[in-house]
Design a protein around this ligand. Structure first.
Ligand code: HEC
Length: 160
């Protein structure tokens, strides 16, 4: 009976692991130097995110014309960058004096943070699908959904 319970519990744990999707474990920065390097890489990733979102935002606001190829390419890159995001943010730098806009709550609510990454990923994948249709009337809304996923994470996890 005990063995059966144990096996059942193990199965439940394994299942939980599978159903929650690909999660990355967070880890504490080892020292000041490690925390500084991790912060630099983290901010570099977000700079690349921004460089890909910038033109899309300009198009959605009507400042520059829609360009299907740019939308398709940048949306693909945003999905790829979202794929890297857990790895580049997993190092918990809270204990060290680094110059960062990352809030402590990231590492306190790690699975929620990862769900915000998933929202960006989903919105970026959708934008690629919308770009592939070539229907310009749908571009602004799909770009807006990507922008909303940025904002949703920044509201909770980035210092203004
Ligand atoms: C899952 C959370 C999350 C998502 C999604 C997200 N960000 Fe951020 N972003 C952050 C955090 C946290 C920081 C602060 C990083 C730091 O200072 O260490 C940040 C920083 C930035 C920065 C400043 C980078 C620098 O240091 O120069 C820019 C610009 C930025 N994000 C743009 C975006 C855009 C545009 C999107 C959407 C396409 C986006 N972010 C999506 C969490 C997120």
């Amino acid at each position: 009976m005990k063995q059966v319970l144990k096996t059942g519990l193990m199965a439940a744990i394994v299942m939980a692991g599978f159903t929650s999707g690909a999660t990355v474990a967070q880890e504490a920065a080892l020292n000041e130097k490690h925390a500084q390097a991790a912060t630099n890489f983290r901010q570099s990733l977000y700079k690349l995110v921004y460089s890909n979102m910038g033109p899309l935002g300009g198009m959605a606001k009507g400042k520059i014309p829609f360009d299907q190829d740019v939308i398709a390419t940048n949306a693909m890159r945003l999905e790829q960058l979202a794929d890297m995001m857990s790895d580049y943010v997993k190092v918990d730098t809270r204990k060290f004096d680094v110059d960062t806009e990352a809030k402590d709550e990231i590492w306190e609510n790690w699975s929620d943070f990862e769900s915000k990454i998933d929202s960006l990923k989903t919105a970026a994948a959708n934008l690629q699908a919308v770009a592939a249709t070539g229907d310009e009337s749908k571009y602004a809304k799909a770009i807006g959904q990507v922008g909303a996923s940025c904002k949703s994470c920044h509201d909770d996890y980035k210092v203004d």
